[in-house]
Design a protein around this ligand. Sequence first.
Ligand code: C2E
Ligand code: CA
Ligand code: CA
Ligand code: CA
Length: 275
Amino acid sequence: AKRDGRGVFRFFEEALDIAARQRRQLELDLREALMTGQFRLNFQPIYNLKADRVGGFEALLRWNHPIRGEVSPVQFIPVAEETGLIMGIGEWVFHEACRVAAGWPDHVRIAINVSPIQFRSPGFLAIVLQALSRSGLPPARLEIEITESVFLDGEDNVLNMLHQLRAMGVRVALDDFGTGYSSLSYLRSFPFDKIKIDRSFITGVAADPSSAAIVRAIVDLAAALHMEITAEGVEDDSQLACLRGEGCDNIQGYLFSRPVEIAAIQQLLPAKLAY
Ligand code: C2E
Ligand code: CA
Ligand code: CA
Ligand code: CA
C-alpha cells in the first residue's frame, strides 16, 4: 500500500511538471505571438434597440498560432495576466481597436476589454491617451469594459481611474454583471456609464421566470442609476422579445451577429434587426 501511495504521488508530481512545462511553453508562444503579429481583433456589433441601429462594436482578441491553430482568449488571457504579458497585448489591442474604429460613423462606439492588472497599472491612462491621439478617435466613442474583479485589490485607485477616464469623455462599462459577489455595492459607489448583463441570465430569460425577474430588476436598477444596459449573449427571438419588453437598451449576441473580421464590419453598419 505504501508503495502504491508513492506511485500515486509520483504520478501527480509528473503531471504537475507537465502542466508547468505546458504553461511555460504557452508563455513563450504568447511572447512570440506579440512580436510576430499573430494576434488580430474580431468585432461583435452591439445593437441599440432604442435607435434601431448598430451603436457600437466590442473588440475581441483572436490568436492564430502556426501550430496550435486558433486559441481561445479564455485559455490564453489568464496566462497573459499571470506573466504580465497582458500589458503589451492590451496596449496592442488599444491601438488596433482605435485605429479600426476611427473610420466608423460618429455614432458608432468601440468597446475594449481591459484586464484588472492593466486597468490598475500606472501607465494605463497614458496608453489610452496615446491610442486616442494616434488614431484620431474622439474619446466619447471609446468605451472601456471592466469586470468587478478589478476591485479585488482595493477600490481607491479604481475610483480615481474611473473619474479620470470620465473627465476625458471616455465611457466605462461594468462587464459580466451579476456573476460576482457584490456587484450592487460597486454600483452604489462607482460611476459606470453602462452595465452589461451576463449571458447566464439572458439564456433563460424567455423560459425561466427567475432569470426574467433578475433581468427586469437589473434593467430597472440601471434606469434608476442613469446607466445604460446591454444584454449579452442574445441568441434567439424569444430572448429578444423579452428584452424589448423589459426596456433593455442594447443587445449583443449571435442572434444579430457573431464577432466578425475587420473586412465584414462595413456591411454590418447599416444592418437592421429583422423585427
Ligand atoms: P466577454 O468580454 O464577456 O466577451 C463576450 C464573449 O461572449 C466573447 O467570447 C463572445 O464571442 C461571446 N459571445 C458573444 N455573443 C454570444 C452568444 O450569443 N452566445 C455565446 N455563447 N457567446 C457569445 P470570446 O471572444 O471567446 O472572449 C471571451 C473572453 O475573453 C471575453 O469575455 C473577455 O473576458 C476576454 N477577452 C476577449 N478579448 C479580450 C481583450 O482584448 N482583452 C482582455 N483583457 N480580455 C479579452
Ligand atoms: Ca466584454
Ligand atoms: Ca461579458
Ligand atoms: Ca465574460
